[in-house]
Write a protein that binds this ligand. Structure first.
Ligand SMILES: C[S@@+](CC[C@H](N)C(=O)[O-])C[C@H]1O[C@@H](n2cnc3c(N)ncnc32)[C@H](O)[C@@H]1O
Length: 285
């Protein structure tokens, strides 16, 4: 592929991202995404607080692909200065700036205007699958972090889950599956169709806006860890999270049952890896 082809494809991904996210803000739908549910906010806040306890300093943090400020709202009190980077003005306009230590920067996460070794903490939530090339972005996250700084990225689609859903979809031609499984297959493989039917969004644009999911079929834990090591991160830890249908178990079943299932599935790793929808990585420079 020539360089101009690559540039053109990347521009398409960026434009589709702006379209999709502006669309969701205008419909007042973005902040209704499942990750805004209170139980997930509590979980993410605990993760961030845990990481912060181990940071050498807590002067500056950067949130890549900050959107409407999901991570910023959960972490601004832990740092002196917080910067949010994004390309969609409509999303950034929703960030609550009232705490007074937050600034926004409209820029590509792959090439930000910040100096080397500048931030103590960097985050990217529900973001890397929106990138044309997540490796270039990881290099940028590494560049702007101070030595000893930490990069936390979460809600990255798990390739093993998506491949398992593809296999399930093929089998569905021969046998009937439960409504739950059908919903999971739809969410993993036909997100564009769902958003089109629900809100009238251009399905093709949503598919283009998530190449990490639709083209690369999610992230493979071992591959991301190798990329992080090649870039120079001195450690990279991965966690598998949100087992299939976990939301229903958390919200509709008696307390403690979801946790029991989670403990069991985690004890069955790596056999159970394909049952987890997302990957979380914590990388230290
Ligand atoms: C799914 S949203 C996630 C927003 C927020 N992190 C959250 O968890 O709610 C993805 C965000 O990434 C932004 N984005 C996509 N590609 C980008 C890029 N190359 N550089 C910076 N931001 C980008 C989009 O505009 C959008 O706001």
């Amino acid at each position: 592929m020539t360089k101009s082809n690559i540039d053109e494809q990347m521009q398409q991904v960026l434009e589709s991202n702006r379209y999709v996210h502006a669309f969701l803000v205008e419909k007042d739908e973005y902040n209704k995404s499942p990750h805004f549910r209170p139980e997930n906010k509590r979980k993410v806040r605990n993760i961030i607080q845990g990481i912060c306890n181990s940071l050498p300093q807590r002067q500056r943090m950067i949130d890549f692909g900050c959107g409407t400020g999901f991570v910023i709202a959960l972490s601004h009190d832990l740092f002196t200065e917080v910067v949010g980077v994004d390309i969609t003005q409509q999303m950034m306009a929703q960030v609550d700036l009232t705490p007074g230590n937050i600034s926004l920067c409209e820029a590509l996460a792959e090439s930000t205007p910040f100096p080397d070794n500048h931030f103590d903490f960097a985050t990217a939530y529900s973001f890397m699958d929106h990138l044309f090339d997540y490796k270039t972005f990881l290099q940028e996250a590494f560049r702007v972090l101070k030595p000893g700084g930490v990069f936390y990225t979460d809600l990255n689609p798990n390739r093993e889950f998506i491949l398992a859903m593809e296999k399930t979809a093929r089998l569905a031609q021969q046998q009937q599956f439960s409504g739950q499984i059908q919903r999971e297959v739809k969410g993993a493989l036909h997100n564009g169709e769902h958003y089109h039917n629900q809100f009238g969004m251009d399905a093709a644009k949503l598919e283009l806006a998530e190449p990490g999911k639709t083209v690369n079929k999610g992230f493979l834990a071992s591959e991301v860890m190798q990329v992080a090591a090649d870039i120079g991160f001195r450690s990279c830890k991965v966690e598998f999270e949100w087992f299939v249908n976990q939301g229903e178990w958390v919200n509709q079943k008696p307390d403690g049952q979801a946790q029991l299932i989670e403990e069991y599935l985690l004890s069955m790793r790596p056999l159970s890896d394909q049952l987890y929808k997302y990957l979380r990585f914590v990388m230290t420079k």
